[in-house]
Write a protein of this length. Structure first.
Length: 367
């Protein structure tokens, strides 16, 4: 790994020392040079020393530094968060991990490179699918994201429904999928970097997520190739252990490309007449077309609300499970009745979703 050289300068010697120690211990992408006196910093730059990133307290963000660092990513740490010409302004006093992530992301966005933000995780994509709505797909996808975090995984929850409820349930993130898809279509921009910068963290459950598109009509401009490129970009970023994709019900070209790119497909089923009819049609269709085989091979059925199954539905469930592996039965339980309750019941959710999570990651999940 080729390190990027960064100047870190602040008049507060104690703060600078703590921050420098964190960077040296936790941020191997950077080679650090620190200054508490502006004259020493000017001298260092005037001697022709080359740096990639300049991070200074807002009191040091002056025009002379702009002249000395023409091709450098310049960042000012600020308490007031007022704009400073020629500098990206970031919040000074925050968690050091967040501060370092922001600095690396600013550099990546400006240079269009993954070098400073790329991880080493083997990202696994789990896509939820059902030919019919009303099977608890959104509830279970949120529960799986919560359980994943409880098991120590870095999880991204990605809602690709045309009409989603992300903002209502989780809150609005700084960026949206509109920004990410724009990056996909803009030459010189990296969608993975944009997604990382747009993602927020759900405050209770702790998984990452991104708000949906600003307007429902934007989905008309998004095609299956865009979705494929989005999933490729997330995998290339390699910072998440697990990406959970919640998508619209049905079997469209957009759905198919998501299922194709997924490592595992999770199909919630409830023994309800309308849901059974659509599954039976899908199973009949699949027996006539080879193109379905790849999907069923990596599909796991989740028997949702198992305690509510009627006596006349067991044959239907047996038919599905004879064609597709059934990973687990999820009981009808109060904690899964509301999306908001899932986010605050981490330990219980892990117990309920453990078999599903184990099927997804391919290993045992212990407490």
């Amino acid at each position: 790994m080729i390190k990027k050289k960064m100047i870190l300068a602040d008049y507060d010697e104690r703060y600078l020392k703590e921050l420098a120690y964190f960077f040296m211990e936790r941020v191997p992408q950077l080679e650090l040079v620190t200054f508490t006196k502006k004259e020493k910093m000017y001298q260092y730059l005037e001697q022709g020393n080359v740096i990639d990133i300049l991070v200074v307290d807002e009191m040091l963000a002056v025009d002379k530094l702009k002249d000395l660092t023409p091709d450098v990513t310049r960042i000012a740490m600020s308490m007031s968060m007022s704009g400073i010409d020629g500098f990206e302004v970031i919040k000074k006093y925050q968690k050091m991990e967040n501060l370092s992530d922001t600095i690396l992301l600013k550099y990546a966005e400006e240079k269009g490179t993954l070098e400073t933000v790329k991880g080493e995780n083997d990202t696994k994509i789990a896509a939820f699918f059902n030919p019919a709505g009303g099977t608890g797909k959104t509830v279970l996808s949120l529960a799986l994201a919560t359980a994943g975090v409880m098991a120590g995984l870095r999880v991204l929850y990605l809602n690709l429904e045309e009409i989603d409820s992300v903002n209502d349930v989780l809150g609005k993130t700084e960026g949206t999928l509109s920004d990410v898809f724009l990056a996909l279509k803009t030459k010189g921009m990296n969608a993975g970097i944009k997604l990382k910068g747009s993602a927020g963290i759900e405050s209770s459950a702790g998984f990452y997520y991104v708000s949906g598109v600003e307007s429902i009509s934007e989905y008309e401009e998004i095609n299956d190739k865009d979705l494929q490129k989005l999933l490729w970009a997330i995998a290339e970023l390699a910072i998440y252990d697990l990406v959970i994709v919640n998508q619209a019900s049905g079997f469209t070209e957009k759905t198919k490309v998501i299922l194709k790119e997924a490592d595992i497909i999770l199909a919630p089923v409830i023994a309800e007449e309308g849901n059974m009819a659509k599954w039976q049609r899908l199973l009949r269709e699949s027996s006539l077309h080879d193109s379905y085989d790849g999907f069923f091979e990596k599909m796991q059925v989740i028997l949702n609300k198992a305690g509510a199954q009627g006596s006349g539905n067991e044959s239907f469930l047996s038919e599905i499970c004879s064609r597709i592996p059934c990973c687990v039965s999820i009981p009808q339980t109060a904690v899964l009745a509301k999306k908001s309750s899932i986010l605050h019941a981490g330990d219980l959710i892990l117990q309920i979703m453990r078999p599903v999570l184990q099927a997804v990651v391919g290993r045992e999940i212990n407490d």
